[in-house]
Design a protein around this ligand. Sequence first.
Ligand code: GDP
Ligand code: MG
Length: 236
Amino acid sequence: MKKLIILPTYNEAKNISKTIDVILSLDIELDILVVDDNSPDGTADLVKNNYQDSVTVKVRPKKDGLGSAYVFAFDWALENSYDSIIQMDADLSHDPQEIPAMFELLSDNDLVVGSRYYGGLRVINWPVRRLYISYFANLYARLITGVPIKDLTAGFKAWRADALRTINFNECSSQGYCFQIETAFRAYQKNCKIIEHPITFTDRTVGESKMDRSVVIEAILKVWLFGFWRLFRLKR
Ligand SMILES: Nc1nc2c(ncn2[C@@H]2O[C@H](COP(=O)(O)OP(=O)(O)O)[C@@H](O)[C@H]2O)c(=O)[nH]1
Ligand SMILES: [Mg+2]
């Protein structure tokens, strides 16, 4: 079974090495793909210079959103015959130590969601206000889309290649948090077997978030489109 970890990056020079080091230290055979959007801070060159034998780096010409970085990466993963694919942030918010358990769970699931809100709330370093917003945004998305996942905006996910193939991810045009909701929604619509795996999310201590108001507005509005698809049983 070929395993791949996808790390999308934009200005993660201060986080990427530690992220890669921890992943490489796991006792598990896997490949790593970094999809960088020509970060001005030199993230791509840093990875190319220090990990030329162990990490594949793809550089896109300019910042084009997290969703399109993942569409590019999923295409690459399928073209290169990976069976199990993990997507995760490159800012140490997602603990690489969860990777073995998530791959393990893929043996009898199509999608494993690394979930902050399954069986409690596990977020470190967020102001209470941000936790409330994220938690209630997830509740809102869950009620409208009908997808019974506590953490629909989760960015730490393990996919079986077959599940990725069935969800037509190339048609996803969402960019930020909404991309995560849309892929989970599509997987649920296609009857993928989905499990939530509890994780603790630690907000980045270095660098800045790339999510702005526009991705929040995108998510708030676009979930109604998914609700519409649900209502009229439109399979995507
Ligand atoms: N390639 C690429 N990566 C991105 C883009 N936007 C965010 N990322 C990466 O996606 C991950 C999550 O983004 P982040 O800003 O930490 O989101 P937050 O945790 O919700 O604040 C990080 O690894 C970012 O570097 C983008 O436009 N292109
Ligand atoms: Mg982050």
